[in-house]
Design a protein around this ligand. Structure first.
Ligand SMILES: Nc1ncnc2c1ncn2[C@@H]1O[C@H](COP(=O)(O)OP(=O)(O)OP(=O)(O)O)[C@@H](O)[C@H]1O
Ligand SMILES: [K+]
Ligand SMILES: [Mg+2]
Length: 676
């Protein structure tokens, strides 16, 4: 399904990551990760002792010190490798994208002339003409014409998509190709700020910033590191007093074992891999913050048409009311749809043809088209002879007719309710004060929706369906799909109101949208996902763009976000539990010689103090690469409540984190003890 963008870990990515692990040793880079920076400083100190044993008076310990140095160095490299590997896939993808960003020529309209310019010379507001076979030279909006466009360079999807002036399918992306017809496009981005440019810097991680969550965790890890630093520094005089002289390399080894190096080494890899998973899913997240926020979502706002249903609402029947004839009803429905370019409007004319019903286009000559608006929920035409033809949501048309002192046919309500209770959308057709009948628009709920909403329910997420449709249709579809709440007869601004209401209760809200009138709500939502097919305004307001333009994907995006937060939590728990266990391995071993009672605490029965320290240190290092796959793939996520999840993860990763080092260190010690 979405396998098209999947780039696996290739040999070249691994090779590059190995190289980057060394480049990242640069202290200026390391400093951003305080835990690993402390390890690096420790490594350097031990190295000095290996190089100048005479100066430090450690000649007798050079072998042990060399071992400590090597293990510490490898620990830092492992952490760097984890990050570099996580970055690798995005970098490879960026390279592919850069290749598609070839320079091209553009046919720029200047007055009535067309001149050929380089695509890099185009600025916001310029107008270009793009014909069959040509590449669209920049991001923009179609202002004239209709064409099918191959967007595979951006979306990976090879089937061409229709782009047309006006409406929600007017935006085009630079670097995509017109495969048929010809369009006039107004450029909407300056050079260097195009969608592909932004995409490159996103997947490349160039603009990656630490998220608030990551910063908070980093602060915690740094604090823990500081505390252990103080503990270890004060341990030296105590040991001295007890008559156990502790060497500096031993103290450094102890410190490194105690500070949270596992999570410190994997933290940024987890974040990068989380964003990468979203990208592999063909969703562009403008920031890591957006991905994380999606993991914390409490409420999801969904459109009915096109999200929960297929959205190809088609006229399926004309139903006269108030004693009107079928031909009359159909005729006015058609006249009111003559210039209505929406799928609904076009489907009315198609139904006329299918049913071989006649309509008179002459009446409409010179008439003024009244475009469909989500605010009015009506469309139609004002005829030259002064008559007004309208079709639209039943309540809207009813109000419009009443405002002109018209009357409402008695059978209108029953007939429109019949359509609505089947989940269909009734449109009333009226001319001035008279309602002629109804158009039955049919739409179907996408298969599998019920199961997905059930999952969201288990995650503790409330779903609210917002629709411009009437309450009865809304209720039917809501029931069929299994959403928790619905808001019917909603106008675009109602969406913002719902989002604000939920946010005021302290909830995080996600929504999808594609139209210009969705833009404010997309901006207001904590997670706003715009459809790539949507308008430029929607894409700019949102913090994610779905390249496949599948509004129901929001459900999986939330799951990925949750998985990211869970992975980070699980590995933090594991890391800290690990460190506690290591403490019990090392401390008794270190003091055994001086304080015989400590032997009782040497539950692990490790070979010798030195082999205990080295074994703990080796375990501490290898656990990082062992956990890289988990950090990159994320822990498996099963929909359940947060409380149950927490309990489950504490058991697995907390308990596991305590047990694993005991077993691991013991095994390593069996081998290491053969030498020491
Ligand atoms: N082309 C049209 N001409 C007249 N009325 C229309 C047309 N299209 C839709 N309507 C009416 O306007 C209402 C609102 O339409 P709109 O597209 O804003 O919302 P919707 O698609 O029903 O809801 P959703 O938010 O789930 O997409 C529809 O329910 C329908 O009754
Ligand atoms: K550690
Ligand atoms: Mg709609």
């Amino acid at each position: 399904m979405n396998g098209k963008r999947k780039s696996m870990l290739t040999g070249s990515i691994v090779k590059q990551a190995l190289k980057d692990s060394f480049i990242k040793l640069n202290p200026v880079v390391m400093m951003k990760n305080p835990v690993m920076f402390v390890v690096e400083i420790g490594t350097f100190v031990v190295l000095l002792m290996v190089l100048f044993p005479g100066y430090f008076n450690t000649a007798g310990r050079t072998g042990f010190n060399l071992a400590v140095f090597l293990i510490l160095w490898v620990t830092v490299l492992f952490a760097n490798f984890a990050e570099a590997l996580a970055e690798g896939r995005g970098k490879a993808q960026a390279d592919t994208l850069k290749k598609t960003k070839k320079e091209s020529t553009a046919n720029k309209c200047v007055g009535s002339e067309i001149i050929v310019v380089n695509s890099t010379e185009l600025r916001k507001g310029d107008i270009v003409v793009v014909s069959q076979g040509e590449m669209i030279p920049g991001d923009g909006e179609v202002i004239e014409g209709l064409a099918s466009v191959d967007e595979s360079a951006v979306t990976g999807e090879s089937a061409p998509v229709m782009k047309e002036a006006g409406g929600d399918f007017s935006s085009v992306t630079g670097g995509t190709r017109v495969v048929s017809d010809r369009i006039k496009v107004v450029i909407t981005s300056d050079p260097g700020e195009s969608f592909i440019d932004r995409m490159i810097s996103l997947v490349e991680g160039a603009s990656r910033q630490k998220t608030p969550n990551e910063i908070a965790l980093n602060t915690l890890l740094t604090t823990l590191t500081l505390i252990f630093l103080i503990v270890v520094v004060t341990l030296a005089p105590i040991a001295e007093y007890l008559g156990v002289p502790l060497d500096i390399p031993v103290l450094i080894a102890l410190l490194v074992c105690l500070i949270p190096t596992t999570i410190g080494g994997l933290l940024s890899a987890i974040g990068i891999a989380g964003m990468d998973r979203v990208t592999q899913f063909n969703v562009l997240a403008m920031s890591g913050k957006a991905v994380e926020a999606s993991g914390d979502i409490n409420t999801m706002i969904l459109d009915k048409t096109g999200t929960i249903t297929y959205g190809n609402r088609m006229a399926s029947e004309f139903i006269p009311v108030g004693g009107a004839a079928l031909a009359e009803t159909a005729h006015w429905a058609a006249v009111g749809s003559l210039k209505d370019g929406t799928p609904e409007g076009r489907s009315v004319l198609e139904l006329m043809n299918k049913q071989q019903l006649a309509y008179d286009t002459e009446v409409a000559a010179g008439g003024e088209f009244v475009e469909f608006k989500a605010e009015t929920r009506m469309s139609g035409i004002d005829l030259q002879d002064g008559r007004h033809v309208r079709k639209g949501a039943v309540d809207a048309v009813r109000r419009w007719v009443l405002a002109q002192r018209g009357s409402i046919p008695e059978d209108l309500a029953a007939k429109s309710d019949a359509i609505a209770s089947e989940g269909g959308t009734p449109l009333a057709v009226a001319v001035d004060g008279k309602i002629y009948g109804l158009i039955h628009l049919k739409d179907t709920v996408k298969p599998g929706m019920k199961e997905r909403f059930e999952q969201l329910h288990q995650m503790g997420i409330k779903t609210i369906m917002c629709t411009g449709d009437n309450p009865l249709t809304a209720a039917t579809i809501a029931r069929e799909a299994g959403v928790d709440e619905f808001i019917a007869e909603s106008k675009p601004e109602d969406k913002i109101a719902v989002i604000r209401r939920e946010q005021a209760e302290g909830k995080l809200v996600a929504m999808t949208g594609d139209g210009t009138n969705d833009a404010p709500a997309l901006a207001q939502a904590d997670v706003g996902i715009a459809m790539n097919s949507g308008t430029v305004a929607a894409k700019e307001a949102a913090n994610m763009v779905d390249l496949d333009s599948d509004p129901s994907k929001i459900i999986e995006v939330v799951a990925i976000g949750k998985q990211l937060l869970m992975t980070r939590g699980a590995l933090t728990t594991f890391s800290i539990a690990n460190d506690v266990a290591k403490y019990f391995a090392i401390i008794p071993a270190m003091f055994m010689a001086a304080i015989p009672q400590m032997k009782a605490l040497n539950v692990m029965g490790l070979g010798s103090p030195l082999s205990a320290i080295l074994s703990a240190l080796i375990f501490n290092a290898v656990i990082i690469p062992l956990l890289i796959p988990l950090a990159m793939k994320g822990v498996r996520y099963k929909p359940m409540s947060s409380a149950r999840l927490l309990a489950r993860n504490l058991t697995i990763y907390g308990l596991g984190g305590v047990i694993a080092p005991f077993a691991g260190i013991k095994l390593i010690d069996l081998v290491v003890h053969l030498w020491i």
